[in-house]
Design a protein around this ligand. Structure first.
Ligand code: ZN
Length: 187
């Protein structure tokens, strides 16, 4: 066997034998005090149920944006999946937050360090005031639904959906940094 072929085989073996460990590449801030129950290091998916709040029962621009963002997150190569259940744990709704300075917010409910429920909210006030584009709305719903997986913010400025202030016309779907964060937390 020549040396070059040996090196290739050795590298392949080293890759196959390396343990499946999370890569700590993303810095998470504002980490919530609890996470969803998850089997770490396995191959199975963790399913997180959601339900629609009172303001999102019918067809609306916000309902559409949330539906797009649910799909956006479900299409990421991660082990988490949102699924609908009329008694779902993640309560998705809108509210009228006049001058509260928020495009939306998300609040975890914890049992110790385990997440048991979430409120994921979009603020319709600023949309009514400024007239959001569909991308802008989807950026807000995607950001808040990312929190709904019990995740904080990503420090890298403006280049992640879960960044503190991403440009909503550019970052309205999960980016590589967002995917990395999910896989870092729920490995
Ligand atoms: Zn946020």
């Amino acid at each position: 066997m020549n040396a070059r072929l040996f090196a290739v085989i050795a590298a392949a073996l080293a890759f196959l034998l390396s343990p499946k460990l999370p890569v700590l590449a993303v810095t998470e801030i504002d980490q919530p005090p609890c996470r969803w129950f998850h089997y770490y290091g396995g191959d199975s998916a963790t399913y997180i149920s959601y339900r629609w709040g009172s303001n999102l029962q019918g067809t609306s621009l916000w309902r559409t944006a949330f539906e797009q963002s649910l799909q956006d997150w479900n299409n990421t190569p991660t082990r988490l999946l949102y699924y609908f259940d009329s008694y779902g744990d993640v309560h998705i709704n809108t509210y009228w937050g006049e001058n509260d300075g928020l495009a939306g917010f998300a609040v975890p409910y914890c049992s110790g360090t385990t997440t048991i429920a979430y409120d994921v909210m979009g603020n319709t006030y600023y949309d009514a005031l400024y007239g959001y584009s569909s991308n802008h709305r989807r950026s807000v719903t995607g950001h808040e639904l990312g929190h709904g997986w019990s995740l904080g913010h990503i420090t890298d400025p403006g280049t992640a959906l879960l960044g503190n202030n991403p440009d909503p016309e550019t970052y309205y779907t999960p980016q590589q940094l967002d995917i990395d964060l999910v896989n870092q937390v729920y490995w």
